[in-house]
Design a protein around this ligand. Structure first.
Ligand code: 0GY
Length: 319
């Protein structure tokens, strides 16, 4: 249970699974400069209240806890993605960016009435993208014209749009996505149904979507969310979520220069198990089998997208 400054009480959603305390040390050593490109901050609710329109109430997951996980796993940087439980109030995410000493970038949620001055302020704090969410259990649908208006407003800042959707909805959204006038980043491989074949028509349609434009990136993330077989059954076995490997590996091998990886800590809305984040890191070599692929996935690609030309990025002229 958490409270905000006005002493409002937040009750976690029934059945909520808290993030995994004491994650193991990964056996796979991340390369220097690795970026966790998908993680969230939840509250703390006492300081950053959860949004009235939220579809779930999480446990708290603070910036300090995120930074401790970053250091434990061996990441150098984070990209903090605004979580739906905070709606379009980006304060908790921005607080994390400002406290990170330049080691975190952000992806915000915006409303169509956002002003240029507000976008500029977000940019100066480290935001580099806006997320459009189409997962019905997480958000109410927004009019597509509103989203295009937002995309127009962020375009001058060099930002991208992160899209989160379920595989079954891609066919209906594809034309809209392709009309968005900035680069796209797809969350969690478009959430394939991993009970189906990785060579089957559904995942092929997703790959075909990635082929449609050279500026569509893909997060090969969330095996714990997508897996049917789940984590390993045997103690000491660190090759988890094996059924997701062929899906992610297809994406990494065909699009090595536009894939990203992240933990998804603190793993909202999981209902059957909470992953050990150390075990998740050990998933990476299975989907990116060579050192070169891993360097691109973990360092080169995220740096190009979120810290382009690190030395001069802060001097980048704003519109
Ligand atoms: C994720 C996945 C989920 C939730 C959110 O912002 C969110 O609430 O992204 C989900 O429930 O699938 O990327 O963290």
């Amino acid at each position: 249970m958490t409270t905000n400054a006005e002493n409002t009480t937040f009750e976690k959603t029934p059945g909520w699974l808290d993030w995994y305390a004491g994650p193991s040390t990964p056996r796979y050593r991340l390369p220097d400069g690795a970026v966790d490109t998908h993680c969230h901050i939840f509250g703390p609710g006492a300081e950053f209240p959860y949004a009235p329109e939220r579809k779930y109430t999480p446990c708290d997951a603070s910036k300090d806890q995120l930074f401790a996980l970053r250091d434990h796993l061996g990441f150098a940087r984070n990209v903090v993605v605004q979580a739906t439980c905070h709606g379009a109030d980006n304060a908790a995410m921005l607080d994390a960016l400002r406290a990170s000493g330049g080691l975190a970038r952000g992806v915000a949620t915006l409303r169509p009435d956002v002003t240029d001055a507000q976008v500029r302020e977000l940019h100066e704090a480290g935001v580099r993208g806006v997320r459009f969410n189409f997962v019905k259990r997480l958000v109410d649908a927004a009019p597509q014209q509103d989203l295009l208006d937002i995309a127009e407003k962020i375009a001058p800042y060099g930002w991208h749009v992160v899209v989160y959707f379920e595989a079954a909805d891609l066919a209906g959204l594809r034309d809209f996505f392709l009309s968005i006038p900035v680069p796209l980043v797809v969350d969690h491989m478009g959430r394939p149904d991993t009970a189906k074949a990785p060579e089957g028509p559904e995942f092929e349609a997703f790959l075909d979507f990635l082929r449609a434009r050279p500026d569509i990136w893909c997060k090969v993330t969330c095996p714990e969310r997508l897996s049917v077989t789940g984590p390993p059954a045997l103690d000491g076995e660190r090759h988890a979520y094996r059924d997701v490997v062929p899906f992610a590996r297809r994406v990494v091998e065909e699009f090595p220069d536009r894939v990203l990886w992240g933990t998804d800590w603190p793993h909202p809305n999981l209902t059957d198990h909470m992953p050990d984040d150390g075990l998740l890191v050990d998933f990476v070599p299975h989907i990116a089998p060579t050192p070169e692929l891993r360097r691109k996935l973990l360092v080169d690609n995220p740096m190009r997208l979120y810290w382009p030309d690190t030395a001069t990025d802060t001097d980048r002229p704003l519109p």
